[in-house]
Design a protein around this ligand. Structure first.
Ligand code: FAD
Ligand code: SF4
Ligand code: SF4
Length: 836
């Protein structure tokens, strides 16, 4: 007797992007083996990769590392993968598709996951050499190849992707302009005030922003040279990245006679079926309820909906929240829920601090009970919690302004009070549909003990990655509830604190970020751990920070401070503020030769502004030949030790404050630390060097020196505190050595000494016990380590000047010796200043 065996259904997926891949992953995970036969066509030459983190490619993440799953994965799951093969037509009547290779195959169900392409406006000259879009790995390769010939880039489009492209242009060493047609940046996410704050922040990073500007033509032969705008103005550029929006890839659907929206996009119903019931569309090519979702999470939910329905379940796609957080390093921007809620149905609370560049707006329902949405610029630390408050309709506290200002001692501890106040069903990871309950139970049942484990077993945080900080908070809060010790880790890539990493680097003689990541971390790293490790390496091995190739701050990359307009400033060390007339003349000559603006700084030295990257090594060479060295004004390191004239000239002076300041500055020059360090030495209590406002201050007394520590100026000034009195010179240096080394080894990244002390249990008294009484028994180590740093000091500028390979990096971005035409100056008080 013969038995009828059910044939597997043939599913054909067109498009192997993030959503097409997710569809396959979910289908093979949920379906019984043999139920489906899957064939996938992808036009790109490689399997699906993480497009959301495409920009990481610029900082060294490889194409392989971005890959969602290797080709073997498809084979192991019986998926027939065709890469580099474009599907050219779909015949819905015969249920067949044809590819550009002439191959034709039939399908039972067809999934269109064709995504979108970058929208390129029809501007005259847009086809010229030097104009790029920002969508695929091949686009990035093309940009990286072209960038060395360019110095100036313009990004057309000031939206989410445009700003990401602008950051990439800055990272490629280009002077960067952003051209936005609308009257504000990120017009879909920000209001006028939020955009204005973001504009200022970006300008402070050296990016020029032009609003209300419409590009009419791109000129140049053969490559881009100039842009013309509708208002008659023009801009000289030699590279353009177009990021003016997305255009759904609906060409196949149109050819096949499927319904598409008037402005593009394949029309789908709540089951994601197109106008042909056997053809589905998901991801960025689908038009649902009049919306194209340009984010990955809705695409993943669409994939899940289709898989559920193919397996006989019932699920509909009901639209999706468009809350987003900008991934741009250095600027926090987020918008969530209904960011522009109308005043007719809601009221807004706005907090603005122009000095700190913070703008926060929350929109509250008319009855004051619920949060409906908001905008965060400059500080988006609360983003995840605010988003949860909207999504879970959590009743607001009596003073909802606490949500953005922080509680001021009141009783409101409910909404937004902490992750554990969320209901179990709260969706934490919307990309992978993981709830708070799923995450917490993976911890309570003992399966997971860290973020990596949670990511692996629940998949939370593996999509766009935006929820990872909240996953981390949930992990810590759950462990705490379980009575377990919560470990303070640097970030999700390292399960160690800064102090522990520092010890590991030392003990294992680890010399690079990659080595540390491979031996003790995971993933690709982020903007928290990369600079922190660069600082650890530099403060441990005293090696040139430039050797940490891909991970330093922009300032460290060029050993100079980036200034408005994209030029750099040069600050040679002038220890203690003492300088000979001959050296003063050299500074004058160098500044005149390179046309640099000069100014005396607050730290008693001379800053020369307006240098181009390619000029830096030449300028340094001339300064070094005259006996100068780097002043480390760009680094998280010792800056200056300011001094008064002291007993040498001043009739009140008790000791030689200048001599001591020079001795101290030369001892600690080049010392990398969690934040910048400043010192001061005054010759008597009149305190002309303002030593008590520094990280360490020394003031002469009748019997020796008083030592003050942990003061700082800046946005939150704090006086230094008296640490020890009437010290002789040797003891004063000994305590300083220990204090600085202890700070370097134990402070969190970007904590100045004052913040470090404020957080320290036991405060100054504890510090005194550690440093003076050696209560931890570590003083011998601290002494030895500091002496190593002092003995191995080398001037970073000199290393670049004498090393042709390193020097080449500064030439890399230059195609002509002529000055960059986009950097414009105007005269002011006899010198030049940038036009911005
Ligand atoms: C730089 C950048 C940053 C981003 N940042 C974020 C972010 O922070 N958060 C977020 O949520 N989203 C972000 N996105 C958007 C996110 O990447 C997309 O929403 C997501 O990739 C869409 O996936 P998809 O599969 O629908 O489309 P795609 O990823 O575009 O994939 C579609 C694939 O189909 C192929 N294809 C098209 N037509 C055919 C055909 N006829 N035959 C064969 N193959 C075909 C295409 O070549 C492509 O490989 C970002 C995008 C970019 C470019
Ligand atoms: S601090 Fe004292 S020694 Fe120094 S300049 Fe002022 S008065 Fe003179
Ligand atoms: S105080 Fe410092 S950071 Fe602020 S404007 Fe002056 S130089 Fe710049």
């Amino acid at each position: 007797m013969s038995r009828l065996v059910a044939q597997p259904q043939h599913i054909v997926v067109i498009g192997n992007g993030m959503v097409g891949f997710k569809f396959c992953e979910k289908l093979v995970a949920k379906a019984q083996p043999g139920t489906f036969q899957i064939t996938v066509f992808g036009e790109e030459p490689r399997p699906a990769y993480d497009r959301v983190h495409l920009s990481a490619y610029f900082s060294g993440t490889t194409a392989e590392e971005l890959t969602m799953a290797p080709v073997e994965w498809y084979a192991q799951n019986n998926i027939n993968l065709h890469l580099g093969e474009l599907v050219t037509s779909v015949d819905a009547t015969t249920q067949t598709i044809t590819t550009h290779k002439g191959e034709s195959i039939s399908y039972d169900k067809l999934i269109l996951a064709t995504g979108s392409s970058a929208f390129v406006p029809p501007i005259n000259g847009v086809e010229k050499e030097g104009v790029f879009v920002y969508r695929t790995i091949e686009d990035l390769d093309a940009m990286l190849e072209y960038a060395p010939k360019a110095r100036t880039a313009a990004v057309i489009g000031g939206g989410l992707l445009g700003l990401e492209a602008a950051k990439a242009a800055v990272d490629m060493g280009l002077t960067t302009h952003v051209i936005e047609f609308a009257s504000r940046l990120m017009p879909r996410q920000l209001d006028e005030a939020g955009s204005e704050m973001l504009k200022r922040k970006l300008e402070s990073l050296g990016i020029s922003i032009y609003l209300n500007k419409s590009t009419t033509a791109i000129l140049g032969e053969p490559g881009v040279e100039k842009m013309l705008f509708a208002d008659g103005s023009e801009l000289n550029v030699d590279m353009i990245i177009v990021s003016a929006g997305i255009k759904p890839r609906d060409e196949l659907a149109i050819k096949a006679g499927l319904a598409v929206g008037p402005r593009g996009g394949i029309m789908v119903n709540d089951n994601l079926q197109t106008s042909d019931a056997n053809i589905y569309a998901i991801g960025e090519s689908a038009l649902h309820g009049g919306m194209i979702y340009g984010l990955v999470a809705p695409g993943y939910d669409m994939a899940d909906t289709v898989v559920t329905n193919l397996l006989g379940g019932e699920k509909t796609f009901k639209g999706f929240d468009m809350s987003t957080k900008l991934k741009l390093i250095g600027v926090d921007v987020a918008s969530f829920g209904d960011a522009f809620a109308s005043p007719a149905t809601s009221r807004s609370i706005v907090f603005e601090d122009k000095a700190k560049g913070i703008y926060k707006r929350i929109n509250i329902s008319e009855d004051g009970k619920y949060l409906v949405g908001g905008i965060l610029v400059g500080d988006a630390g609360n983003y995840n919690m605010l988003l949860q408050t909207v999504q879970n309709k959590i009743i607001l506290p009596q003073d909802p302004e606490d949500l953005i200002l922080g509680s001021r001692g009141g009783a409101s501890e409910s909404a937004g009070a902490g992750v554990m106040s969320l209901p179990d069903e709260a969706l934490i990871c919307s990309c992978e549909n993981v709830s708070k309950g799923d995450i917490c139970s993976s911890v309570t049942d003992g399966t997971c003990t860290d973020v990596a484990g949670i990511k692996k077993c629940t998949k939370a945080g593996t999509g766009c990655g935006g929820c990872v900080p909240m996953v981390n908070d949930l992990l810590n809060a759950t462990l705490k509830q379980m009575g377990k010790e919560v470990k303070k880790v640097l970030c999700e890539h390292f399960d160690y604190s800064r102090q522990e990493l520092l010890d590991l680097v030392k003990v294992n003689n680890i010399r690079s970020y990659d080595e540390l990541l491979h031996s003790h971390g995971r993933g690709d790293g982020c903007e928290v751990c990369k600079p922190a490790v660069a600082s650890i390496m530099a403060s441990t091995w005293n090696e040139l920070i430039l050797k940490q190739a891909t991970i330093q701050d922009t300032n460290d990359r060029y050993l100079a401070n980036i200034q408005k307009g994209g030029t750099y400033s040069v600050v040679p060390r002038i220890a203690g503020g003492e300088i000979t007339p001959e050296k003063l003349i050299v500074i004058g000559q160098v500044a005149a030769k390179y046309g640099l603006y000069t100014k005396i700084t607050g730290g008693q030295r001379i800053d020369m502004f307006g240098a181009r990257v390619d000029q830096l090594p030449d300028i340094w060479e001339e300064l070094i030949n005259a006996g100068f060295e780097s002043g480390h004004a760009y680094g998280k390191s010792l800056r200056t030790v300011k001094s008064c004239v002291g007993s040498t000239w001043c009739r009140y002076g008790l000791h030689d404050s200048v001599g001591f300041a020079i001795q101290v500055e030369e001892r600690y020059r080049g010392l990398r630390s969690p934040h910048k360090l400043k010192g001061g030495v005054s010759g008597c209590v009149r305190e002309c060097a303002e030593a008590q406002s520094k990280d360490f201050g020394i003031i002469a007394t009748e019997k020796g020196w008083n030592l003050y520590i942990c003061g700082n100026g800046g946005a939150k000034p704090q006086h230094a505190q008296l640490f020890a009195t009437d010290l002789d010179t040797e003891t004063c240096i000994k305590y300083l050595d220990r204090f600085l080394m202890f700070y370097i080894k134990t402070a969190e990244p970007l904590n100045r000494t004052a913040t470090w002390l404020n957080k320290m249990e036991g405060g100054m008294e504890y510090l005194r016990q550690v440093i003076v009484e050696d209560s931890l028994g570590i003083c011998a180590d601290l002494d030895r380590e500091m002496q190593f740093m002092v003995d191995t000091y080398a001037c970073e500028w000199k290393e670049v000047v004498n090393n042709p390979e390193l020097r080449q990096r500064f030439q890399h971005f230059i195609n002509t010796p002529e000055p960059d035409p986009s950097i414009r100056f105007k005269p002011e008080r006899g010198q030049k200043v940038p036009v911005v």
